[in-house]
Design a protein around this ligand. Structure first.
Ligand SMILES: Cc1ncc(COP(=O)(O)O)c(C=O)c1O
Length: 347
């Protein structure tokens, strides 16, 4: 499989922007190449007068120690949303190519495709929120460039069957994106281990969930070198500020704390699932491998409004096909979850 042939035809001849710092090798004492302010910055933060590292090499190296993925197989973006946007921008010809998505799922695949005028082939998940492989095989076309698989899936919370993903990887000739935003809370292992097997596999992960850094905006795409090179070519040269890179590196030292939080959230997910099942308003609590649960209520709108008036905000998914009657509830702290249950009991 030649990944370079998968990118939009005109991009084959496009060279990415070469930054001032890309063009010299060795140690430099004086930087007069990037029209920066030589005196410093007004923020008393070290080196903020200088442009950031466009390839975030220190962050990628530190991340590689945790994820086991080499620098050249790692892309870092302004959230994984940036990677989703760039994948569509780089691999799908507007008005010609299409992506394949499996609703109900994360909305940004569709939003980005619409922004880039890329067709969307939607194949609903089966009632158990698993892939309909027969329908997928039937609907894949020459112009299908990217298949977006969200596992654990937002908003249903379940992992997609591993064998189904492997079947798609083994047979589809375009890119297979496995969005693992919630993988830290899952019982299934990451597809990162399969990267060496499949050059068309892209694994998305994020600092926004388990890592507690949604406000920092750092997301990752792991893939074969040609895919990463294409993403680097089409991205803005300085897509992550120096501050973000420094803070993300710092956060990686806190792995024990993150693992504690993950354990606590999973414990609370199990507890909250049981408590919600005892609430008469609740029809069904769907099993979750994420840090949220999808819950079917008899009257979701009334519950949503009631919770909102009590100052508790949940996500109304009740009008989305496949999620009829459902609210999506993030796992909070034990105290927040207690308040949620007490409030629901008082209705
Ligand atoms: C499945 C999924 N992928 C990606 C994202 C976006 O993550 P980021 O904050 O890294 O852009 C989200 C955010 O909710 C998500 O649910």
């Amino acid at each position: 499989m030649n990944i370079a042939d998968l990118q939009r035809a005109h991009l084959k001849n496009v060279k990415g922007y070469s930054t001032a710092r890309d063009e010299f090798k060795g140690e430099a004492k004086i930087f007069l190449d990037a029209n920066e302010n030589p005196y410093g910055s007004p923020l008393e933060l070290e080196s903020f007068n200088r442009y950031p590292d466009p390839l975030q090499l220190d962050l990628k190296e530190a991340l590689g120690k945790i994820k086991g993925v080499p620098i050249e197989n790692t892309f870092i973006g302004n959230g994984s949303d940036e990677a989703i946007d760039l994948l569509i921008k780089a691999f799908c010809e507007p008005g010609v190519d299409e992506i394949m998505v499996f609703p109900p799922t994360y909305g940004m695949y569709e939003v980005c495709a619409n922004i880039h005028n890329v067709h969307i082939q939607s194949i609903p998940l089966l009632p158990d929120f698993q892939l309909n492989l027969d329908s997928i095989a039937e609907k894949i076309k020459k112009t299908t460039k990217i298949i977006f698989l969200c596992s654990p899936n937002n908003p249903s919370g379940n992992c997609l069957n591993r064998e189904d993903i492997e079947t798609i990887l083994a047979n589809f000739k375009g890119l297979v994106v496995v969005d693992e935003a919630y993988i830290n809370f899952a019982r299934q292992r990451s597809f990162i281990q399969e990267l060496t097997e499949y050059p068309n596999l892209v694994v998305l992960q994020t600092f926004s969930k388990a890592w507690g850094l949604a406000g920092l905006r750092v997301g990752m795409a792991f893939s074969s070198r040609p895919v990463i090179d294409i993403l680097n070519k089409v991205k803005a040269p300085y897509n992550l500020s120096t501050l973000i890179q420094q803070q993300a590196i710092k956060s990686l030292n806190q792995l024990p704390q993150i693992n504690e939080w993950i354990k606590e959230i999973v414990r609370e997910r199990i507890r909250l699932t049981q408590l919600l099942q005892d609430i008469p308003e609740v029809i069904k609590v769907f099993p979750s491998d994420a840090n949220f649960i999808l819950v079917k209520f008899k009257d979701p709108q009334a519950v949503y409004n009631y919770l909102m008036q009590a100052g508790i905000i949940v996500r109304d998914r009740s009008k989305i096909a496949g999620c009829e009657g459902c609210l999506r509830i993030s796992i909070g702290t034990p105290k927040e979850n207690e308040t949620l249950i007490l409030t629901l009991k008082q209705r």
